[in-house]
Design a protein around this ligand. Structure first.
Ligand code: IPM
Ligand code: MG
Length: 359
């Protein structure tokens, strides 16, 4: 059966980088007869401009009917002053909730060709391969009550609620254990159980399901310590599982360890395997339209989409190899450029990946 992908280029550099992933998909369709079709949709600031809303019912319906979603990035200063309820970021949160994309996989892998790009010493990050499993549809991002209220003394008070039910913790916990079984078999659960009740429950639930995964070594770490350990000795980690907010923060930190956030893809999956795939980096409005953004994280997001949602591992392997090849050739976009390398534009990088695929 033929498969259909929904492309959501979004804002900023989004359309430039998604265009390069489409080139790669076109080339694979030709070469391997994948039969993957695609259509475009609007989400984020571009949707606000067109429809007054960051995510319309039409885009949600298209996403639900698709076999996988490839997202560029959303947001930019143009929409930062809008009411919070209709900002681009709300579109992202809404599509995560609507499709129940509870499991967010954020790898932080150091490419050997880019070992010098990290801000940490080479020996600390060489061979780094961490996977952060971030709970994506619960926690303080979605907890009620939330808002800004006026106190009796007339002062305003902002409030949000950090909530996790046992079933939500168990769902992401089991997911992370299963992933750890397929990797290095070490799972570190990160919370703040020394202060927060919700974290105490998180730890209890993780402990209670651990016996079902006897081959995985479970450890627990407070989030402040985890932040420190990530920059002190990051190679101690294999899989990290954590809640929505802690995962947001730690995944940025982990991505930066590789020195090349422009290289990292991510996946957000629901229980049925439907997924939204996007680069870890944002919409980078400061460099939008200049043709200098790195398209490799988006191309690698397409790789994950083919692998995890469409079951096309041969095509996915071909993309991974082609990306390795262009790095070996010394081609670098500005964000990962260094002495002695060949600096290329966004579209030159995309073309080089296509060429490597076809060779
Ligand atoms: C991310 C982003 C989003 C988040 C924002 C844009 C809503 O930072 O995907 O990490 O906080 O989840
Ligand atoms: Mg973030």
């Amino acid at each position: 059966m033929s498969k259909n992908i929904l492309l959501l280029p979004g804002d900023g550099i989004g359309s430039e980088i998604v265009d390069e992933a489409v080139k790669v998909l076109d080339a694979l369709n030709d070469k391997m007869n994948l039969g993957v079709s695609y259509e475009k949709g609007l989400m984020g600031g571009c949707s606000i401009d067109a429809h007054g809303l960051p995510l319309t019912d039409e885009t949600i319906a298209k996403a639900k009917a698709s076999d996988g979603i490839l997202l560029g990035a959303v947001g930019g200063p143009k929409w930062d002053t809008l009411d919070r309820a209709i900002r681009p970021e709300k579109g992202l949160l809404k599509i995560r909730a609507e499709l129940d994309l509870f499991s967010n996989l954020r790898p932080a892998i150091l490419y050997p060709q880019l070992a010098d790009a990290s801000s940490l010493k080479k020996e600390l990050v060489e061979g780094l391969d961490i996977l952060i499993v971030r709970e994506l549809t619960g926690g303080i991002y979605f907890g009620e009550p939330r808002g800004v209220r006026v106190l009796d003394n007339g002062e305003r008070q902002g409030y949000n609620t950090l909530v996790y039910s046992e079933s939500e913790i168990e769902r992401i916990g089991r997911n992370a254990f299963e992933i750890a079984q397929k990797r290095g078999k070490r799972l570190c659960s990160v919370e703040k159980a020394n202060v927060l009740e919700v974290s105490g429950l998180w730890r209890e639930v993780m402990e209670s399901i651990a016996p079902d995964y006897p081959d995985v070594e479970l450890s627990h770490m407070y989030v402040d310590n985890a932040a420190m350990q990530l920059v002190r000795a990051p190679k101690q980690f294999d899989v990290i599982v954590t809640g929505n907010l802690f995962g947001d923060i730690l995944s940025d930190c982990a991505a930066m360890l590789t020195g090349s956030i422009g290289m990292l893809p991510s996946a957000s999956l629901n229980a049925d395997g439907l997924g939204m795939y996007e680069p870890v980096h944002g919409s980078a409005p400061d460099i939008a339209g200049q043709g200098i953004a790195n398209p490799l994280a988006t191309i690698l997001s397409l790789e994950m989409l083919l692998r995890y949602s469409l079951g096309m591992s041969e095509a996915a392997d071909a993309i991974a190899k082609a990306v390795g090849d262009v790095l070996d050739q010394g081609l670098r976009t500005a964000d990962i450029d260094s002495a002695g390398m060949t600096k290329v534009s966004t579209s030159e990088m995309g073309d080089a990946v296509v060429k490597a695929l076809l060779s």
